[in-house]
Design a protein around this ligand. Sequence first.
Ligand code: HEC
Ligand code: HEC
Length: 342
Amino acid sequence: MVKYLIILLFLLVSCNEKPAEMVTPKVTETFQIKVPDYYGNLPQPSFNSATKDGVALGRKLFFDPILSSNNKVSCATCHIPDVAFAEPSTIFSTKGVSQKMLHRHTPTLFNLAWHNGFFWDGGAVDLESQAFGPITHPDEQNKNLITLVQQLKTIPDYVMLFKKAFPKDTISSQKIAYALSQFQRSLISSSTLYDSFLKTKDSSIFSIQEKQGYKIFKIHCETCHKEPFLTDFEYHNNGLDADFSDDSFEGTFQGRYRVTLLEADKGKYKTPSLRNINLTAPYMHDGRFGHLDSVFNHYQNNIKNSQTLDIRLKNKIKLTDDDIKNIKAFFNTLTDSKIMIE
Ligand code: HEC
Ligand code: HEC
């Protein structure tokens, strides 16, 4: 709800600005974000398609703690670049300004352009509005947007960068969000061994174990962790819980129901991509599993039945020890050391 209020607030505030579709086309150099054929075209809104200067500005903002009220917390404080922009070994972040615990695990940030909804429950519909959540949330960056805009206007570097990225506009909270979105859409993960296979279709680049793991993965997991992104971008209940009556923290524990208020969405969360999965433990929306072995144990033995459990998991997933070893070998081919273009 807080996030909604924030988005609503933004919409009210931004009424004074020109509606997005009326913004004059940019004259800055467009930026060709490199995407492999099997991803298709990079989806981006016509009112905020990437430019070289927009991405550069977004990158600077992403790493700048000026976005927080105590000048200590940047987006990258929680979304750590070396590990696919997730927050490893932390179940719930306490790195926000208040140092209070958040209630969801910090997700990865890559291939975001293809997502239809943001946050584990899809509570934000686009990146352009999502950014206001963390910037203003008291337990994340706790920054007043008006103060932020005023501060940026006094920093010559930012004045220049905004002028280059958005020549027709003055610095505004909307343009901060636009730049952050451009930068985040430029975070593409497509440089793994698995990608070499997708590009060449030459399965001999896989070891026997990796090849076998890929096969088992396609049988049991790929239906939701869909190729090539290894997510279907949909919301499912994968059997972690059976009771969704706890409506505390604005419905945080009720899954996508928080957003749609549909009974059928209770306990559903966005399928996470399994790209870079070795880098991003702990796992699930609440980081409940510290290790992949616990994830396998869940799918094999601990699926909890409920009205909304995905039908594909009703009978659990039967895997042998070898299957698990092989899937893990396949997972080793999903680690990307080149998500951010330097
Ligand atoms: C204090 C830690 C923290 C900070 C700071 C933070 N985030 Fe996050 N971020 C999270 C957590 C936790 C979630 C998951 C929230 C949820 O799903 O309800 C998240 C989710 C997201 C998502 C959604 C990803 C997806 O797959 O749906 C995006 C995008 C994002 N953050 C971008 C940003 C940006 C941009 C900033 C800086 C303006 C930022 N974050 C600052 C912790 C943080
Ligand atoms: C019915 C769809 C579905 C199937 C089938 C499925 N998953 Fe998932 N998986 C999900 C969803 C949804 C989540 C996120 C659940 C949550 O956080 O509440 C998830 C989460 C995960 C995660 C945690 C990822 C992270 O970043 O936190 C791993 C690892 C995982 N699944 C592996 C597998 C493996 C391995 C298989 C096959 C043996 C499999 N999944 C089959 C839907 C599915």
